[in-house]
Design a protein around this ligand. Structure first.
Ligand code: NAD
Ligand code: TYD
Length: 336
């Protein structure tokens, strides 16, 4: 009967992780602790809301008292997804990133120690490694060299986690994954923004020359990786996950136009993101070797499924785009 405390489970990856694990392990019990920021949507888990092995607690990870109340003694795992996650927002205002990603992580680490959580999993990102040139891959021993306030806050959090491993002997592992895509992805990130714009014949803003490279992974593959790190990872280790799927942003944009049957005139080149990282690409051979994990979803298949999901879930898209989903909590649980 593993009992997990998951933070940020109402976001994109956390909600996919919770759904997948409740379905694949009939014994697991999950408490989802989420502040319901603009990126947190209860509708993302509406289908499991009444599952007796699932419960939701609204709370902020920077609030020590709330975390201590919600976190049970001797939980089998604390899986930490909650974060401010969008690079462009971190450029506009880094404050919430330092608060949630750094201070929130510190609060969770202290709470996990105090409550004797059996294993702590820090869900981090490949962006902590910085940017690659034309060749080479990020490995777990690539030095941390973050370039955006977002990635700097995630790197700081990773360092705190490693300090708790070293100083207190805490059982923690860190996962670092490349760019995810799939259902329930908030339409501010490239793939869901472009799909939802193109569905409405709106232009898509390509930053700079569009020659940046990202390594795409389907969200359920990442979720399986996080589960594998929790179950089989080694104390104090870092595991990279990636899709072995590097693609130029402009090539990806053209592919989306092609799959949605839209004209190239909908591409709009706009001013580049300040400090824009040029290339990310992950060496995930350690996770393959040591965790028996592999990315399973081929990009062409995953991308088609993702487009089909957005087309079939127009009500979700409209709710998110209009901000209506932010009121959903009140109808379910009373005043927010
Ligand atoms: P997201 O922005 O979709 O969701 C974040 C969730 O965290 C939301 O539900 C939000 O309400 C919650 N949250 C934010 N601040 C909180 C706080 N102070 N207290 C409690 N909950 C709070 O993010 P995502 O894309 O699902 O990413 C999840 C994690 O995975 C993040 O840690 C991110 O850094 C990491 N990651 C993301 C990607 C990616 O491609 N999206 C890739 C690698 C790693
Ligand atoms: P994003 O989805 O924000 O993820 P990240 O910055 O964490 O990699 O962006 C993916 C890539 O797409 C990145 O190189 C920035 C670029 N991009 C655009 O060109 N236009 C956009 O509107 C967005 C959101 C991103």
């Amino acid at each position: 009967m593993p009992r997990l405390f998951v933070t940020g489970g109402c976001g994109f990856i956390g909600s996919n992780f919770i759904r997948q694990l409740l379905n694949s392990d009939p014994n697991v019990h999950i408490t989802n602790f989420d502040a319901l920021t603009y990126a947190g949507n209860l509708a993302n888990l509406a289908d499991v809301a009444n599952n007796p092995r699932y419960s939701f607690v609204k709370g902020d990870i920077t609030n020590r008292a709330d975390v201590m109340t919600a976190l049970e003694e001797n939980a089998d795992g604390l899986i930490h997804f909650a974060a401010e996650s969008h690079v462009d927002r971190s450029i506009l205002d880094s404050g919430p990133f330092v608060r949630t990603n750094v201070i929130g992580t510190q609060v969770l680490l202290d709470a996990a120690r105090a409550k004797k959580v059996k294993r702590y999993v820090q869900v981090s990102t490949d962006e902590v490694y910085g940017s690659l040139g034309a060749t080479g891959l990020f490995t777990e021993s690539t030095p941390l060299s973050p370039n955006s306030p977002y990635s700097a806050s995630k790197a700081a959090a990773d360092m705190l986690v490693m300090s708790y491993v070293h100083t207190f002997g805490m059982d923690a592992v860190i996962t670092r994954c490349s760019n995810n895509y799939g259902p329930y992805h908030f339409p501010e990130k490239l793939i869901p923004l472009f799909i939802t714009n193109l569905m409405n014949d709106r232009q898509v803003p390509v930053y700079g020359d569009g020659m940046q490279i990202r390594d795409w992974i389907y969200v359920t593959d990442h979720a399986r990786g996080v589960e594998a790190a929790w179950r089989n990872g080694k104390h104090g280790e870092v595991y990279n996950f990636g899709g072995r799927c590097e693609m130029l942003n402009i090539r990806l944009t053209e592919l989306l136009l092609e799959l949605l049957g839209k004209p190239k005139s909908l591409i709009k080149y706009v001013q580049d993101r300040p400090g824009h990282d040029r290339r990310y690409a992950i060496d995930c051979s350690k996770a393959e070797r040591e965790l028996g994990w592999q990315p399973l979803v081929k990009f062409e298949v995953g991308l088609k499924d993702t487009i089909a999901w957005y087309q079939a879930n127009q009500a979700w898209v409209n709710q998110v785009r209009s901000g209506e989903y932010l009121k959903y909590y009140e109808t379910q649980y009373g005043t927010r």
